[in-house]
Design a protein. Structure first.
Length: 303
């Protein structure tokens, strides 16, 4: 069946949402003492009434919303894809908490959800610094299972490189991986996303458009840098790939996406490749059962 104009716009939307996030790797400057004050409040409409609390963390002059469902000393951190805030995980959090007994944390990256907007271009080192500082201010320094969907895979790669001892494992859910961003692929992505970038500029205050605009500049150099990032061998990882991939409209790019996942898994020990049968790029919504299973398998047993 021929693809409609709406189908094509949807494909461009997904492309722009998952590829435009990173700049070159930089040193993470956040530490436990940076702006180490935060507020706590009950989270209205929380994922499970009475179990989730909103912590407003201050880091580098801006406030970030972290939602914590308290459990034991193991922590599951759920990081959403491009343009999505912490509410993306609202259906999975109570099940993860009930099944594992672990602490479950979701958060809003800068400019999304309840977190402050940070002017200027998106910088991955800032995103990594926000996450690291937030976790340290919450007292989380080890036994973390990082779950990263789509665009958040880039934050995961830099975070794991800089903080391997904090992580007990990661589940990368149809996530951006360094192996995908080759010199052949980057220009194709730039061309595919150009119409969406221009469309976003017509409504720049919309959160997902604001993120897209702020990260479009410098995309080529940023992803050439990301391509060189190596995942640490000490951190086991499960790589989940959707059956359709986020590039379902382009067989060439979809194949490269799958090949990149396979290459990532083969590049180091403790890595597993899982295909989410019947799923679009939106794996946590299409196959929540499989996502829950893989996260629960990765969570370190309580000591």
């Amino acid at each position: 069946m021929p693809r409609t104009a709406l189908d094509r716009r949807s494909t461009y939307r997904v492309l722009s949402a998952f590829v435009l996030l990173t700049l070159t790797a930089g040193a993470v400057t956040a530490c436990a003492g940076d702006d180490a004050t935060h507020e706590e409040a009950a989270s209205p409409g929380a994922v499970a009434s009475g179990t989730s609390r909103l912590h407003m963390i201050t880091h580098d002059g801006h406030r970030l919303a972290f939602h914590v469902t308290q459990g034991d000393d193991r922590t599951i951190v759920l990081d959403s894809g491009g343009g999505e805030d912490s509410s993306y995980w609202k259906d999975l959090v109570p099940e993860l908490h009930a099944d594992t007994g672990a602490t479950v944390i979701t958060y809003d990256r800068a400019g999304l959800g309840k977190s402050d907007v940070v002017p200027g271009p998106w910088q991955v080192e800032s995103a990594v610094g926000d996450l690291e500082s937030g976790l340290r201010q919450l007292g989380v320094t080890k036994n973390v299972t990082l779950v990263s969907h789509s665009q958040a895979g880039e934050i995961a790669a830099y975070f794991a490189k800089d903080n391997p001892r904090m992580l007990s494992g990661a589940v990368l859910v149809d996530a951006n991986l360094p192996q995908f961003f080759t010199d052949e692929e980057i220009p194709r992505l730039v061309a595919a996303t150009a119409p969406q970038v221009e469309a976003a500029k017509k409504d720049p205050e919309k959160p997902e458009n604001r993120q897209l605009i702020s990260t479009a500049d410098g995309f080529v150099a940023a992803h050439r840098g990301f391509h060189k990032v190596a995942w640490p061998d000490a951190v086991p990882a499960t790589v989940m790939v959707s059956e359709k991939t986020p590039l379902d409209g382009s067989p060439v790019d979809a194949r490269r996406w799958r090949d990149a996942a396979a290459s990532f898994v083969q590049a180091g020990p403790g890595r597993t490749l899982v295909t989410a049968e019947g799923s679009s790029h939106d794996v946590p919504k299409d196959r929540p059962d499989l996502v829950l299973e893989e996260i629960e398998d990765m969570v370190a047993p309580q000591q």
